[in-house]
Write a new protein. Structure first.
Length: 195
């Protein structure tokens, strides 16, 4: 089983996270940030990842530290669960429609951290969630999962739809990229022999 357990404790957050890449989409999320709970629940469902998460963060300040640190912990979990990345497809991409919104996500589990973030979220808030934290989450995730992620908003006007479409789209792209290619299950998918 490709699984990971992450414990991340700082002066700002205390996170416990478990991930199973070969799951069924079950999740139990208690991030302390309601909108992020919703996003991570659908991320698990659409990626078919089993994900449990608790975070006690300094949300009395704001949600920034919790959202960023959860992105970091989730990235670390993917890096740990993938180990040497033997047999994975490595690349994944998806274009996801959600009402008026259309999002493209493309991922390369390359061992090189890079985020190209091209979302244009029209409001500063969705409920109490600061929409700028979407980028902070994915920066933490890509840097700690050591992958390249391109996010592009092709269409969209509704802030909730744009962010939700992005989480769903990334989940679908990640599902493709982490899948085992049975024809090459004993190989590292790189001419360098290492990722």
């Amino acid at each position: 089983m490709r699984t990971a357990e992450i414990i991340r404790t700082t002066k700002e957050t205390d996170i416990r996270l478990s991930l199973n890449l070969d799951g069924t989409g079950k999740s139990e999320i208690k991030s302390g940030v309601g909108f992020l709970d919703h996003m991570l629940t659908l991320f698990a469902k659409h990626g078919r990842f089993d994900l449990t998460l608790t975070c006690n963060g300094d949300t009395y300040v704001d949600d920034h530290h919790s959202v960023e640190d959860i992105g970091i912990a989730l990235g670390q979990a993917f890096e740990q669960a993938l180990s040497d990345k033997r047999g994975i497809i490595r690349y994944g991409s998806f274009i996801l429609p959600m009402d008026e919104t259309l999002i493209l996500a493309a991922v390369d589990i390359s061992g090189r951290a890079y985020l190209n973030y091209d979302l244009h979220i029209p409001t500063e808030k969705v409920g109490t969630f600061d929409t700028e934290l979407t980028e902070e989450f994915f920066l933490g995730f890509t840097r700690n999962a050591n992958l390249t992620l391109h996010l592009k908003q092709l269409e969209g006007r509704n802030s909730h739809h744009i962010i939700e479409g992005t989480f769903k789209c990334v989940a679908r792209a990640m599902k493709q990229a982490v899948a085992i290619d049975e024809a090459f299950k004993d190989e590292i998918p790189s001419t360098k022999g290492v990722l």
